[in-house]
Design a protein around this ligand. Structure first.
Ligand code: ADP
Ligand code: ADP
Length: 237
């Protein structure tokens, strides 16, 4: 479903974020990317929804080279790709419910949200997704009243409400303590398996990667230095 062909990315200041990446990620895989800070993990993940744009090569997503996408095509691409961030990126002063419905409405429909024009279907879907991550009891709480782990679960519910075919998570547990990190990783893995949503997660820690990944991609200095099943990673590192 995703193919990188000789993909490189040079930032305007000359830093090479990606160096000639060639890799394929298949539908339904749960891939974890590991590497030290600055290895290029975030650049890799953000290339896939074009939050950053590679400067050469071909990046195929569902049959299209997304590097030529603009305007409407880009919006359409991003609608199908859910993104989870280290800092949760919820609208802090808004309720959990509104934040989750925003996943479905998308940013172009913010006015609907402002005027509370949620349909019953929007509410129902949001509620069901909050239940999947066990946070439905916080429906009417303000996002910034929740703990970090709870906020990340809300952001998972938001992304589910977007009904994506692909889920990208950029250091989703980097701000959480170990038990909470495991809880978040378990939800991500569970959703991947139940809904067959291709999932790519960036992580700092190899032990966590080995516990949850189907496949581990190791990065260093913008290059892929390891690619294989989680079970055989220890021999190489
Ligand atoms: P990681 O996610 O593994 O920490 P990144 O993809 O964030 O790595 O960064 C890869 C390299 O690109 C690093 O050297 C980083 O400093 C550099 N980099 C990231 N973003 C930018 C940017 N906007 N401008 C210039 N250099 C950047
Ligand atoms: P509050 O609930 O904080 O009193 P309002 O009901 O006036 O605020 O407005 C709704 C809030 O939700 C706004 O802060 C708005 O920025 C935010 N919001 C809702 N949906 C979205 C969305 N799709 N994109 C961005 N922001 C959204």
């Amino acid at each position: 479903m995703i193919t990188f062909e000789n993909v490189s990315l040079v930032y305007p200041n000359g830093t090479q974020g990606l160096k000639d990446i060639n890799i394929q990620i298949n539908e339904g895989e749960f891939v974890v990317i590991v590497g030290l800070s600055g290895a290029g993990k975030s650049t890799f993940i953000r290339s896939i929804n074009r939050l950053v744009t590679p400067t050469s090569g071909k990046l195929m997503v569902n049959g299209d080279n997304i590097l030529s996408f603009k305007g409407k095509e880009l919006r359409h691409l991003r609608k199908k790709i859910g993104m989870i961030f280290q800092s949760y990126n919820l609208v802090k002063r808004s309720t959990v419910m509104k934040n989750v419905i925003a996943g479905r409405l998308g940013y172009t429909d913010t006015w609907k949200s402002i005027f509370h024009l949620f349909s019953e279907k929007d509410r129902q879907l949001a509620y069901e997704n909050l239940k999947r991550v066990n946070i439905e009891s916080k429906l009417y709480s303000r996002a910034d009243e929740l703990s970090g782990g709870q906020q990340q679960r809300v952001s998972i519910a938001r992304v589910l409400t977007q009904q994506p075919t692909l889920l990208l998570a950029d250091e989703p547990v980097a701000s959480l303590d170990p038990p909470t990190s495991h809880q978040v990783m378990k939800y991500l893995k569970q959703i991947n398996k139940e809904d067959n949503i291709t999932t790519i997660v960036n992580l700092h820690f190899i032990d966590m990667a080995m516990e949850y990944a189907d496949r581990i991609i190791g990065m260093r200095d913008g290059e892929i230095v390891y690619d294989g099943p989680a079970s055989s990673v220890s021999e190489k590192t």
